[in-house]
Design a protein around this ligand. Structure first.
Ligand code: MLT
Length: 261
């Protein structure tokens, strides 16, 4: 498994939360959380997953397992054994792999806007079509097609700064790196059986209006992870942590404070 040079943020002091971003985003998507957590006595470690942000891909596919091993390498580099693992969407798939590979390193889990089952054939075909679009035409068509699904209607009409932030994250992504991550998601395994083995306290968060990973996906995980809590955020779709940062941070900090105190 080829190694890559990993870019990451390491901010704050206290119990550690490892943040795993979604697709096709980068570590900056967690900036509101890093700020709130640092102020509340937590430390955030936030890698750019391979192919995205400032971390390069090593080939034409970046698997969720490679990303999870990269995240563990980042924790090693900053001298951390155990952390709360918080992943959104693709970051959730990486969190599942991390929990599977390194269960003793997981102090708690936060699964936001994600799901356990693998893709069906139609979804895999859709991902490969998106790969071809990215490689041919870059990230702008991806941003145009996905922003209406990523953000709730209210966010799109009332928060132009959030729309711009999400658009910018997508369009500055490297198409080749994003394509490799997209192929890695298509190849991911089904995590449903893993859910029954998760013993770490788990917080599941979902935006009420998320059409990509809807409330039913979150309920599916909640039913199977024994020590889990489900929180639904109103007026948010897929990017709940950016659309409603105050609500997201309140829920996250409540979970973290109960976990560590
Ligand atoms: C993400 O936000 O990471 C993606 O929507 C995940 C996916 O395509 O499955």
């Amino acid at each position: 498994m080829p190694g890559v040079e990993l870019a990451y943020i390491n901010a704050g002091e206290g119990p550690v939360v490892l943040f795993l971003h979604g697709f096709p985003f980068d570590k900056s998507m967690w900036s509101d959380q890093i700020e709130a957590l640092s102020a509340a006595g937590f430390r955030g470690v936030v890698p750019d997953l391979r192919g995205l942000g400032e971390t390069k891909a090593a080939g034409e596919i970046s698997t969720m397992e490679e990303m999870a091993r990269d995240a563990a390498t980042v924790l090693d580099q900053v001298g951390i054994e155990q952390a709360v693992i918080c992943g959104l969407s693709m970051g959730g798939y990486v969190a599942f792999e991390f929990a599977h590979l390194f269960p003793s390193r997981v102090r708690g889990l936060v699964l936001a806007g994600t799901r356990a089952p693998a893709d069906n054939e139609q979804e895999k075909v859709g991902r490969e079509q998106q790969v071809q679009t990215m490689l041919r035409a870059g990230m702008v068509p991806i941003s145009i097609a996905t922003v209406p699904k990523l953000l709730a209607e209210r966010t799109r009409t009332e928060k132009p700064d959030v729309v711009k932030r999400v658009r910018t994250m997508i369009t500055r992504s490297d198409p080749k790196g994003a394509a490799a991550a997209q192929r890695g998601m298509a190849a991911r395994r089904d995590y449903t059986d893993d859910l029954l083995n998760i013993t770490a306290p788990t917080l599941i968060i979902v935006g009420r209006e998320d059409p990509i990973r809807p409330v039913s996906d979150a309920a599916f995980m909640h039913e199977r992870i024994r020590n889990s809590r489900l929180e639904i955020i109103e007026d948010a779709a897929h990017m709940a942590n950016i659309e409603q940062p105050e609500k997201f941070n309140r829920i996250l900090l409540d979970f973290l404070n109960k976990l560590v105190h």
